[in-house]
Design a protein. Structure first.
Length: 217
């Protein structure tokens, strides 16, 4: 039992969304500049301008805070089921997700986080797994659920929705992501993102022979 943490987590004032956001922002910056091991909860509290007790009132551990940062960044780009129109045609939803996903990958903070995870993969394998599940994996699950909802009953020979989702996102990433990671490209113009994603939607449609009923009206 960790007596210090238990004491810090005792019920107190109601949680403040503003303070939680400030803590996440401060933590994300420290994680990217100092690395996971060198970033302490004390340092996060100081950077956020709150007490350590306040940090623990919102997040159970540094790992929990890290996962929250990853999830929050993903949702901030609209990559969340609650922000999708259930009645929208499949093509429209795929275009939206593809554009947001590629725009997310252009985010310098996201690139820094990927680089950090690569550098600390051997030291923090569980953390890297958590990063994948909360970020890239969650996006794959979102697209898989979309395919499963729009393409039901396609027969036993149909590719699993998860496979289609992985291939669609791989098409969207293209060589762009590697170029961004290596610093060979700083960004992608919005019009290029739009055209590229539209092409990816058309390619995945041809690859899996989706019927016309899934097209945008």
């Amino acid at each position: 039992m960790n007596i210090e943490k238990d004491a810090l987590r005792r019920p107190g004032r109601p949680k403040s969304p503003e303070k939680a956001s400030a803590i996440q922002e401060a933590a994300a910056k420290l994680f990217m500049t100092e690395g996971m091991e060198r970033t302490s909860m004390d340092a996060i509290a100081a950077a956020a301008g709150v007490s350590k007790q306040t940090v623990y009132s919102h997040f159970q551990s540094k790992e929990d805070l890290f996962r929250s940062c990853v999830t929050g960044k993903t949702k901030s780009y609209g990559l969340d089921a609650s922000q999708l129109d259930e009645d929208a045609p499949l093509d429209d939803s795929l275009c939206f997700i593809g554009r947001q996903y590629l725009t997310l990958l252009c985010d310098h903070g996201v690139i820094s986080m990927f680089r950090l995870m690569i550098s600390e993969a051997n030291s923090f394998p569980k953390l890297v797994k958590s990063f994948y599940e909360s970020g890239p994996g969650a996006t794959t699950d979102l697209v898989a659920e979309l395919f499963a909802a729009h393409l039901p009953g396609r027969g036993n020979n149909a590719a699993p929705a998860a496979q289609v989702a992985e291939e669609f996102l791989a098409l969207v990433r293209h060589d762009y992501f590697l170029e961004l990671m290596l610093g060979l490209r700083k960004s992608i113009e919005p019009e290029n993102i739009r055209a590229h994603v539209q092409h990816c939607v058309e390619q995945i449609r041809k690859l899996y022979a989706f019927d016309d009923s899934t097209k945008a009206g």
